[in-house]
Design a protein around this ligand. Structure first.
Ligand SMILES: Cc1cc2nc3c(=O)[nH]c(=O)nc-3n(C[C@H](O)[C@H](O)[C@H](O)COP(=O)(O)OP(=O)(O)OC[C@H]3O[C@@H](n4cnc5c(N)ncnc54)[C@H](O)[C@@H]3O)c2cc1C
Length: 381
């Protein structure tokens, strides 16, 4: 057993950490405050090629292993969770189904420009009456000769207001529940496909989120991604990766809060000493450092298992839940360490505190995941 990163992974970690520190960290506060998508930063950052990290070189990607991808997700989120969310949507959920099940023509039209940052991608599951319970999705896709006609409204869509194309989950047969679900490629400019209301969020601001409306949207039959009725099966393929990624993002937020609080505890003086001098403050750092390390080991273990081709559904769920709960605890402790300044909008702890909430839902809520993990452990009884 070897817990060290490889030389390449370590080099990658240092490089991306420096890039984030220089390019993204100075913009984090402004992105949060404005809640606007930072187009200039997007153009500058996407030139560096990271959006292709998990895709093969023939599409302009880097073909990186999953551990390297987790390092990337943690580091970019440490910079700005809002920006990270948009970037990760383009490089993972928003493009995966086109890469796996799209035609070469679609890959040229959507995947390659998305990897270059020239097009913005998203994925649409959620609706007003359907979140965790995908079987209750109401968006329909009805076959009409060589076309599919899509109708429905998607909510909470990251990049929704600015996307160039979307992978949309719709039912082709509501009576079949999960087995009736399928993914479709829908591109901007298709009549009847347009953004609705933007959502004003507590955290993860700057990743613009909103409704996407499908009103009699007619798309070619080829835009059904993969075999009909296999949508949920296709989704299973990347759920482990999405969950481990969410854990890595949680670590990014936790680390940003922790590192800033560490600086603060060395400078802020109370009763004649920097507050880091006091045992109860030191204990907070001891616990936070231990728990973040444990969380990172879980995230990296799940990623390593993916790289080895070892099934890791349980391990990915554990990593997601544990890292996200550690993140909640760390951002809470960090606002306490800042005292009243932990509530001041001029300081960063409140931003991390708000941002951390997002990860409780992305990749599955903890109520649903815990129940599922328990079932996997106990088996059928
Ligand atoms: C910032 C942000 C960005 C997002 N981006 C996207 C996106 O790009 N695309 C997209 O499709 N969606 C997106 N989502 C939506 C996200 O995927 C959903 O929030 C998630 O699937 C949970 O669904 P829900 O919020 O409707 O909650 P629900 O599923 O309605 O759950 C409500 C509550 O009930 C609990 N619950 C539900 N079922 C059970 C059960 N069986 N047992 C016990 N408790 C249960 C849940 O845990 C939760 O506490 C985003 C969400 C956020 C916050």
């Amino acid at each position: 057993m070897d817990f060290r990163l490889t030389e390449e992974q370590e080099f990658f970690r240092r490089t991306i950490a420096e890039t984030v520190q220089k390019m993204i960290v100075p913009r984090a506060e402004e992105i949060d405050e404005s809640d606007e998508f930072p187009w200039d930063l997007w153009r500058e950052f996407t030139k560096l090629g990271y959006l292709g990290l998990r895709y093969p070189p023939e599409y302009g990607g880097m073909g990186a292993d999953k551990v390297t991808c987790m390092i990337f997700y943690e580091e970019i989120t440490r910079g700005s969770v809002g920006f990270a969310q948009s970037v990760i949507m383009n490089m993972l959920m928003g493009t995966h189904f086109i890469y796996r099940f799209g035609t070469e023509e679609m890959k040229k039209r959507c995947l390659i420009p998305a990897i270059r940052g020239e097009k913005i991608a998203t994925i649409c599951f959620t609706e007003d009456q359907s979140g965790s319970d995908l079987a209750s999705i109401r968006t329909t896709a009805v076959r009409d000769g060589d076309y599919w006609i899509l109708n429905g409204t998607k909510q909470w869509i990251t990049n929704g207001p600015i996307c160039d194309f979307a992978t949309v989950l719709a039912t082709t047969d509501p009576s079949k529940g999960l087995k009736g679900l399928n993914f479709f490629l829908v591109e901007k400019g298709t009549p009847g496909f347009y953004p609705g209301q933007k959502i004003r969020k507590l955290g993860c601001r700057g990743a613009v989120t909103g409704e996407l409306i499908l009103d009699n949207v007619r798309i070619p039959k080829e835009n059904l991604l993969g075999e009909e009725g296999k949508g949920v099966q296709q989704l299973q393929e990347i759920l482990d990766e999405i969950r481990a990624m969410t854990g890595a993002m949680a670590l990014g937020i936790a680390r940003a809060a922790y590192e800033e609080a560490l600086e603060f505890s060395r400078k802020r003086v109370a009763f004649g000493h920097p507050i880091g001098h006091y045992q109860l403050i030191r204990a907070k750092f001891a616990d936070m450092a231990t728990e973040m390390d444990a969380a990172r080991l879980l995230v990296w273990r799940a990623a390593w298992m993916m790289d080895q081709g070892i099934p890791c559904t349980k391990e990915a769920i554990m990593a997601k839940m544990f890292a996200t709960e550690v993140c909640q605890k760390v951002v809470d402790e960090c606002t306490r360490i800042y005292g009243a300044n932990g509530m001041a909008l001029e300081y960063s702890p409140q931003r991390h505190f708000r941002d951390a909430r997002f990860l409780l839902y992305g990749g599955g809520t903890h109520e649903v995941l815990r129940d599922y993990l328990g079932r996997l452990i106990i088996g059928k009884v």
